[in-house]
Design a protein around this ligand. Structure first.
Ligand code: NAG
Ligand code: NAG
Ligand code: NAG
Length: 354
């Protein structure tokens, strides 16, 4: 199935790009690091750092807390020695920071040593790959991330952060890779992710918690589509809020869903192929069949979405809402063909005939 979507919005499509302002104070010490043992010293003393072809020891996070306004560049291949552990393999934090991949660089998670078809659900422990906690107009640009053991990029505790021109390629894991989410985002605000490619086996983007985000120019191949996945916390209701999220000008190919909005409830059953799949009965990768309105989905706007589907049990639009769980949705120009099964809607958005 391939899919083109134009504007999926939560609540009003308000989008405020905060002006990025960080301080270019002089002088800036410039340091090139070619071995892991020299990283800490460079991070502490330099405001321009090149990591050139280093190998990160097993069971170690390459933990880089940059100085305010510092710049980090990746050059050549950054390797991470194998170990069955939880990771992350790399964590970068800072305020007003710039992280750039130079031409020909890559970060390789050696996924083939971990993939066992079980993902998070058993088998070997697998590390998450790349964690970002950045604020104050930070930019991460042109990063080539390959062979994620499981989740590729985790963005948390971030505010005013842009990711552009990422190339995430986990396509070598198409038979055994699992839970290889592209971008997972929690506890963050004012996030832009644009002009990037994700080839993987799970959500291309999954927003768990946060506000004011814009995703544009994304190409997603092989995975589970563009997702809002809300309600992971069983104890903190404030962690189960997602608002003002816009997806625009994105393409999803050969994936289980085009667009997937899921709110968590309980227990498990199976899942099939969906163009637009909105379910309030999600739990642990599956559907309970018992939707709940505990996490209402309000003002969900869809415009100019077109796509084709293939395969048995392919459903263009599936909407399963709990009692009082869905309101004020406005849809227009939805065209999805090639399906094997009809739409299902227990709630019908304005402007859409189910
Ligand atoms: C930049 O640094 C200078 C000197 O420390 C300070 O006076 C100024 O307020 C800073 N500007 C910003 C935008 O942080
Ligand atoms: C849509 O995204 C593609 C990249 O996938 C980009 O080349 C194109 O310029 C974007 N179009 C608009 C109108 O933003
Ligand atoms: C595809 O979905 C549309 C919309 O629900 C429906 O009218 C059509 O019958 C479906 N096609 C098949 C083969 O079920």
């Amino acid at each position: 199935m391939w899919f083109t979507c134009n504007i999926v919005a939560f609540l009003a499509c308000l989008w405020v790009v905060l002006a990025s302002s960080f301080n270019e104070t002089e002088p800036r010490a410039s340091c090139t690091v070619t071995s892991y043992s020299k990283v800490a010293e460079a991070v502490a003393s330099c405001s321009e750092i090149v990591l050139d072809g280093i190998t990160v020891p097993a069971e170690t996070t390459l933990d880089i807390a940059l100085q305010d306004g510092a710049e980090l560049r990746f050059q050549n291949e950054i390797k991470f020695e194998y170990a069955a552990w939880d990771g992350p393999l790399i964590k970068i934090s800072g305020r007003g920071i710039t992280v750039l991949g130079l031409l020909g660089h890559s970060l390789d998670g050696q996924g083939s040593k971990y993939w066992d078809g079980k993902g998070d659900g058993g088998g070997k422990a697998k590390p998450k790959f790349f964690r970002i906690e950045a604020t104050g107009g930070s930019l991460f640009q042109n990063i080539n991330l390959n062979n994620c053991p499981k989740h590729c990029v985790t963005i948390a505790n971030s505010d005013s952060l842009t990711l552009t021109e990422w190339n995430i390629d986990v396509s070598a894991g198409d038979s055994q890779g699992k839970n290889t989410d592209g971008f997972d985002i929690a506890s963050s605000n004012n996030i832009v992710i644009e002009n990037s490619v994700v080839k993987n086996q799970d959500d291309c983007v999954a927003v768990n918690h946060g506000t004011n985000m814009k995703f544009s120019g994304l190409t997603c191949v092989g995975g589970h589509g563009l997702s809002l996945s809300v309600g992971k916390s069983k104890t903190d209701a404030s962690a189960n809020v997602v608002s003002n999220i816009v997806f625009t000008n994105c393409t999803v190919e050969n994936s289980r869903n085009g667009i997937h909005v899921k709110t968590h409830s309980d227990a498990t059953t199976g899942i099939t192929r969906y163009g637009i799949n909105i379910q309030e009965d999600y739990e642990e990768g599956s559907s309970t069949g018992n939707p709940k309105g505990n996490i209402p989905i309000t003002a969900l706007t869809m415009q100019n979405i077109e796509g084709t589907m293939a395969g048995s049990d392919s459903i263009p639009v599936y909407i399963l809402c709990g009692t009082d769980g869905c309101a004020e949705w406005s849809w227009s120009s939805i065209s999805i063909t090639g399906n094997d099964t009809s739409n299902y809607c227990n709630y019908t958005p304005d402007g859409f005939t189910c």
